[in-house]
Design a protein around this ligand. Structure first.
Ligand code: NAP
Length: 247
């Protein structure tokens, strides 16, 4: 028996949200594993502004706009693995008792229906032995005061992946549920608050470290290459699920 491999040589991988944070980590991991990688999000960056993106094909896609998602996948054509990490901007979701429901509507439209749209318009293009991977977060199962829309959207994304594992079989569909990952998503915090949060994570999470985008990339490569994993939610959180909340 040969050793199990994370090799993606000859495969084409599309990462929605792949220009930054967790998605960029997955893009680099997939490229290192031999794949041709397309990164898709709202902005297409110039080589001058983002020389680190040379080597990735960039596609413009707004996951909150169904026609943009449809056109992007029509232009991309056949490929092997889809990963969707993108999410609307932090804080855009509002709170439950807001005067109206515009916050939750736009967050669900972006995160949940955007993830749905990416899978819907990618599915006809996925080659045999392909896969789809979504991203949720610990709040899917550990609600926090003020984050009802996020918990609801993450839980819906996880439910969607289970349902699509049946609907799109034999295409495999899974979700990664990350814990704290030290990306620029946390850039909205003042520098000291961000460092303090990271320190708390390092001291309290059972893994005794703060998660990096590479940790999620490793999990994504596993889900792309293991032919017997589908309908799974994979927690990659350093044990965040086992300790009290740090934020
Ligand atoms: N980092 C963490 O600690 C953590 C923990 C748990 C869960 N998560 C979840 O993981 C996901 C990604 O996190 P991250 O740290 O990688 O965030 P990030 O660095 O802020 O990246 C978000 C990406 O989403 C893209 N994006 C935003 N709106 C979009 C839209 N309407 N259409 C297409 N692309 C869009 C952005 O690119 P453009 O601006 O170019 O569109 C960006 O590349 C999120 O769902 C987040 O909730 C993160």
């Amino acid at each position: 028996m040969s050793a199990p491999s994370l090799n993606l040589a000859g495969k084409k991988v599309v990462i929605v949200g792949g220009k930054s944070g967790i998605g960029q980590g997955i893009a680099r991991g997939a490229q290192a594993a031999g794949a041709t990688v397309i990164v898709a999000s709202r902005r297409v960056a110039s080589a001058q502004s983002r020389p680190d993106l040379i080597g990735f094909e960039q596609v413009s896609l707004d996951m909150g706009d169904e026609s943009s998602v449809r056109s992007a996948f029509e232009a991309i054509g056949p490929f092997d693995h889809l990963v969707v990490t993108a999410a609307p901007d932090i804080g855009s979701w509002g709170v439950f008792m807001d005067a109206d429901m515009s916050g939750v509507r736009s967050y669900m439209e972006g995160k949940f229906l955007g993830t749905w749209a990416c899978a819907r318009y990618a599915a006809p293009n996925l080659r045999a032995h392909g896969s789809i991977t979504f991203l949720s977060g610990g709040m899917a199962v550990r609600p926090k005061l003020g984050f009802t829309a996020v918990t609801s959207a993450f839980a819906a994304v996880e439910a969607l992946s289970g349902s699509l594992a049946v609907e799109l079989a034999p295409t495999r569909v899974n979700t990664i549920r990350p814990g704290f990952i030290d990306t620029d998503m946390w850039g909205f915090l003042p520098v000291e608050a961000r460092a303090g949060l990271k320190k708390k994570v390092e001291e309290s999470f059972p893994a005794r470290r703060a998660g990096q985008a590479e940790d999620i990339a490793h999990a994504a490569l596993f889900l792309m290459t293991n032919p017997y994993v589908t309908g799974t939610v994979l927690e990659v959180s350093g044990g965040e699920n086992l300790v009290a909340s740090v934020s």
